[in-house]
Structure formats: structure tokens, C-alpha cells
Design a protein around this ligand. Sequence first.
Ligand SMILES: C[S@@+](CC[C@H](N)C(=O)[O-])C[C@H]1O[C@@H](n2cnc3c(N)ncnc32)[C@H](O)[C@@H]1O
Length: 245
Amino acid sequence: MNRQEISRIAHTGHPIAAPLDDDSVRQLLDHGLPRGDERVLDLGCGGGEWLLRALARHPRLRAEGVDISAQALAHARTAAAERGVTDRLVLHHQDAADFRSPHPFGLVLSVGAAHAFGGLLPTLAAAREHLAPGGRVLVGDGFWDRTPSPEAVEMLGDFADLPTTLERVTADGWTPVHGHISTRRELDAYEWSWTGSLAAWALDHPDSPDRAEALAVAEAHRTEWLRGYRDSWGFLSLVLRRTDG
Ligand SMILES: C[S@@+](CC[C@H](N)C(=O)[O-])C[C@H]1O[C@@H](n2cnc3c(N)ncnc32)[C@H](O)[C@@H]1O
């Protein structure tokens, strides 16, 4: 099984690939889309769930998503057709760092994809390139809630603590106009869904040659989460505007 296939199965019960529940996602989108007729860009859109929810909620919205995963984009295309929003969605199969557009966007989203740019501030710099005057950025990234073990840093990469993260963002010229710190419930629900969906798939496919691998990956992930980073990792989502307009 390749990583994209594992990820697709693991996200069956939690199509937002980040530790946020449906209510948090809706509130973040509402703060990012004050008019409802914006152009929205999602850098690292995955299966497109943020864009699909925004399009379903706002009939005058137009959206574009960028991702390097052909499999995730195929999933987004199918889901868009099922929800009747295909005519307002454009998907780009490419590295988000290389994406260029002839028009700016009222909202630029990037949730859980900061590694594509080399961290949070480079992600904001990339988002800024696409932002219309007065536009908003909705970004989601990790932070350390407690001092991480070296193993946790090895698994997830390096982050700052929460106040330092906010200080860096504001010093970079951004003002948070809304934010959400994922709750313990959201963080745990995401991991249970990820590991549980993959394990359940394996049990439901007893004759599949991929069964043993799926079970092993689910177990390894659960162990990394519980032993490695559950006690130290948090997730922050911010809706940002440029402080200087
Ligand atoms: C954790 S998922 C988040 C997906 C989506 N933003 C969400 O919240 O549901 C990260 C996504 O970033 C994509 N990605 C990673 N590196 C990328 C890159 N260089 N350019 C574009 N997408 C990238 C992955 O393929 C994956 O779909």
C-alpha cells in the first residue's frame, strides 16, 4: 500500500485531515468568509473537504485547490460531483510552493500542510502572494503544548510553543481575527478515527493482501501517538488579516 492509499482509508471517518471537529471547521470558515462570494484558494487541499464545505455553504463562492497527491485530488473531484459543486471548483495537481494564479483570492487556506513550504511563516509568505487586498488567511499548524521528547520532534518536526507561535505570526505583520486551539477531544478523536478506520478496513477485508500491512500501520501509528506525542503536541488554527491592511 502506498502512503496516499493508507491516508485515504485512514481518513474515511474524518475527511478533514486535521484534528478539528465539524463545528470548529464551520466557525473557522465563517470567519474566513465574511461575504460568501469570495474566491478561495487551498494550498495542500488534500481531498478538498474544506473547499467542499465552503462551496456547499456559499452558492456564490468559487474555489481552487492545489495538492501533489493525484489520489487525494481524484477523491476531491468525485466528492465535488456528488455535492453538485464541480462547476465552481478548480483543482491543480502540483507543488503548492510553485502554484501561481492570474487572480488574487479573498481567502487563502492552508491547514496541516505547512511542511510543504518549510514551516508556518513560509506558508504565510506563500499565502500572502495570493491574497487580495483586505483578504484573509486560514492556517492550521502544530505547536508544542509541553516540552516534546526528541522522538516527538523526530516524528512531527519542530514547532514553537503557543505564545511564541502567536508572537512570530504577529511580528510577521498578521493580526489574528479568529482562532481555535484543538481540544483534547478533537485531538484524540482524530487519532482514534485515523487508526480505527484503517484497522477496521483491514478486518473488513480478511482476504486482502494488504490486510496485515494495514493492521501493522494502524498499530504503529497508535503507538507513536500514545508513546510519542499525545502529551506534547497541540494544533492551532488561525484566521489572519494583514495588520497593515
Ligand atoms: C494533513 S493533509 C491536509 C489536507 C487538508 N488541508 C485538510 O485539512 O483536510 C496535508 C496535505 O498536504 C499535501 N501536500 C504535502 N506537500 C505538498 C506540496 N509540496 N504541495 C502541495 N500539497 C502538498 C498532501 O498531499 C496532503 O494532501
